[in-house]
Design a protein around this ligand. Structure first.
Ligand code: UT7
Length: 325
């Protein structure tokens, strides 16, 4: 029987020009390179200039992904942009990207699941593509979190950065075997009772301001490893695959200690973990596509390999996906 699967055609990323080191942050708040590296694994993050908006970074990443895929932008009929830091309250930043790329057909919308945004967006695009309603999707994670940070709060401002990553997916017919390319399995979760642990204290309908990020880091950390392990085990159960089958584990890059603990709990070999948190910090919805694109560009991720992505963030929301690259 022939089935449709969402196959990755290419990926790309974009980072703001300014690389802010831990030493530079230490001139602004009472912190140190030693503390940040030991507690998070972060050495530096990129911070967007005024004109490097979310749509600008997203468009740069999208262009790189389209070029890497070797397709015409005009053939894309679905643009999904995962972001918690849109250019405007409305319209969707995805429509700005669509216009910048010269795409005049199909659908374009933003998706808000904070740090899980890219896993949610890949899952959503997959549902569209395997239904046969759309043929080529551009899935982007893009953020300018530096705009919503409280730069006087050392417990949060040292953790985050800006950037964008994008992936082009195409619906392709096949036998639907586990060895065939494409998205094999997706698993999404949410539990809105955890609002107070990670949120932004402003918004159009409450304060009519943008607000600042607030986080109880220790609490988020505590839940993250348990929730992530559960949603990865769900992916293994659905496919019959195991940790030993994973070629590349590409987790949301929030904290190296969370990534190490999750990999250890699941028995994933550290040599198969893609780590970019050291150079990018936590870029929320952009972190996974940034890591995917980095590992594709340097030759680590190759066609036919098994890639596991996962994320957990505000809401809480969390999820995983297994992709045969
Ligand atoms: O992407 C969304 C999901 N978010 C996350 O996954 C983040 C999850 N949480 C974390 O990554 C960690 O909890 C943090 C990195 C945020 C914090 O690490 P921690 O080991 O949980 O540290 P802590 O909050 O327990 O703080 C330890 C100490 C405190 O001092 P006292 O109370 O022990 O005297 C803090 O005040 O470190 C202090 N501290 C800092 N010191 C220097 C907190 N932030 C800083 C800082 N520099 N930037």
């Amino acid at each position: 029987m022939t089935v449709l699967r969402s196959v990755v055609l290419g990926c790309g990323h974009a980072l703001p020009a300014h690389r802010m080191t831990n030493a530079e942050i230490a001139t602004r708040v009472d912190t140190s390179d030693e503390w940040i590296v030991e507690r998070t694994g972060i050495n530096a993050r990129h911070i967007a200039a005024k004109d490097e908006t979310t749509s600008v970074l997203a468009t740069r990443a999208a262009r790189a992904a389209i070029e890497n895929a070797g397709i015409e932008a005009s053939s894309i009929d679905l643009v999904i942009l995962a972001t918690a830091t849109p250019d405007f309250t409305f319209p969707a930043t995805a429509t700005q990207v669509q216009a910048a790329l010269g795409i005049t057909q199909g659908a374009a919308f933003d998706l808000q699941a904070v740090c899980s945004g890219f896993v949610y967006a890949m899952t959503t695009a997959d549902k569209f593509l395997i239904s046969g309603s759309h043929k080529r999707a551009l899935v982007i994670g893009a953020e300018t979190f530096s705009r919503i940070l409280d730069w006087e709060d050392r417990t949060t401002c040292v953790l985050f950065g800006d950037g964008a990553g994008a992936v082009v997916l195409e619906a392709q017919p096949g036998a639907g075997e586990i060895a065939d390319r494409g998205i094999l399995s997706t698993h999404l979760r949410a539990d809105g009772r955890h609002l107070d642990k990670l949120y932004v204290d402003g918004g159009p309908s409450t304060t009519a301001t943008t607000g600042h990020l607030r986080m109880e880091g220790k609490e988020v950390f505590r839940y993250a490893v348990t929730f992530l392990a559960e949603v990865i085990e769900a992916a293994f159960k659905a496919t019959g695959l195991t940790a030993a089958d994973i070629d590349w584990f590409v987790p949301h890059q929030a904290n190296r200690r969370i990534i190490d603990a999750t990999a250890r709990k699941l028995g994933i070999d550290p040599a198969h973990v893609v780590l970019t948190v050291g150079d990018h910090g936590n870029t929320s919805a952009a972190s996974i596509p940034l890591a995917l694109s980095t590992a594709c560009a340097d030759g680590r991720i190759k066609k036919g390999q098994l890639v596991l992505i996962e994320a957990m963030g505000g809401g809480f929301t969390w999820g995983s996906a297994l992709i045969r690259w």
